[in-house]
Design a protein around this ligand. Structure first.
Ligand SMILES: NC(=O)c1ccc[n+]([C@@H]2O[C@H](COP(=O)([O-])OP(=O)(O)OC[C@H]3O[C@@H](n4cnc5c(N)ncnc54)[C@H](O)[C@@H]3O)[C@@H](O)[C@H]2O)c1
Length: 302
């Protein structure tokens, strides 16, 4: 298989990340099918895709014509067989649970052509945790996105059983679709950036869950000293607090670490109230105008 042969992209799980990845691929001429188990997620996805397109157009990153053409290349379905039949590459973005991811890939393996490349967008899991369950471990690797509205940097990470030609193919595919891949030499939890960054989230949650400082002040400290537009809690709202909880909870259970359990419970309180961050307009902050974006949030900081 050559990179030119990768035309049909199957997005498995069409929430926050699946939508963004689908849009990016469609922007670069791929035919994209968004697959999800929930019909209402696909309806929401179509609305959000229009918002992503109009934001990029407004920011001058793409033209109206490019936006319209990209949207016309995206279709949606809840039928896995329909989505799988002609897929050249799968990008999986179902919730952060290795058993679920393994199960979805196992089902896809039975329905996709034998040439289809399988990639996971997992944030913190190692692909080897569910490589065997995919049924095609040699064609399986992690292809991980950050928020495409903010950056085009992606990670390409093999597990020990990935055939090297698939690492090269996915790297070339990333470049072909306007992205800047960082290729890892070996499997590592959290890739490059997230490995550094998860420590920040973890420590910010520890400070807040122990009530050492408020969410706002923790962000204020980070933003004021690092000169950034957003702090760790604002960023977690962008990720989605359900996803943040999944990650915290998974590692809390796996390690039994008391503070990790407290941190996961702290996030769970928001999730139980349906406050999932930007996607529900409420999380640690309220949207569309979170207080950290207001002029006086960093008042007095020079
Ligand atoms: N949110 C982020 O900033 C971010 C960034 C990078 C990677 N990730 C990773 O991407 C993955 C998805 O995260 P998200 O934030 O997009 O989650 P999300 O909750 O927004 O979306 C998950 C989607 O998967 C669907 N789904 C659940 N079970 C399914 C199944 N069996 N088959 C098909 N679809 C199914 C859900 O209906 C939902 O639409 C996770 O592994 C996460 O760690 C997230």
């Amino acid at each position: 298989m050559k990179v030119e042969d990768i035309k049909n992209v199957l997005i498995a799980g069409s929430g926050t990340m699946g939508q963004q990845i689908g849009f990016q691929c469609a922007l670069y001429d791929c035919n994209v099918v968004l697959y999800d188990i929930k019909k209402e997620m696909l309806e929401k996805a179509l609305e959000r895709l229009k918002r992503i397109a109009s934001r990029m157009t407004r920011e001058g990153r793409i033209t109206d014509e490019q936006a319209t053409a990209a949207l016309s290349r995206i279709r949606t379905t809840t039928e896995m067989a329909e989505a799988a039949k002609d897929a050249d590459i799968v990008s999986e973005s179902v919730p952060e649970d290795p058993d679920l991811k393994g199960k979805v890939f196992g089902q896809l393996n039975a329905l996709c052509p034998e040439w289809t490349i399988f990639t996971t967008n997992t944030s913190t899991l190692r692909p080897s945790m569910f490589a065997q369950a995919t049924g095609r471990p040699e064609k399986f690797l992690a292809y991980h996105f950050h928020d495409i509205r903010m950056t085009n940097v992606v990670d390409v990470m093999p597990h020990p059983g990935t055939a090297p030609e698939y690492v090269t193919l996915v790297k070339e595919f990333a470049e072909k679709t306007g992205l800047a891949p960082i290729v890892l030499h070996k499997e590592s939890t959290g890739y490059v950036f997230n490995y550094m960054f998860s420590g920040l989230f973890e420590n910010a949650l520890t400070l807040a869950s122990r009530d050492i400082a408020s969410v706002e002040d923790i962000d204020r400290a980070w933003m004021g000293i690092m000169r950034t537009m957003i702090g760790p809690f604002g960023l977690m709202d962008g990720v989605g607090l359900d996803t943040v909880w999944h990650i915290q909870n998974f590692w809390a259970k796996k390690t039994g670490d008391k503070q990790k359990i407290i941190n996961a419970d702290f996030v769970k309180k928001y999730v139980s109230r349906g406050e999932l961050g930007q996607k529900t307009q409420k999380g640690f902050y309220e949207y569309p105008k979170p207080s950290f974006m207001s002029a006086d949030f960093l008042k007095g900081i020079k």
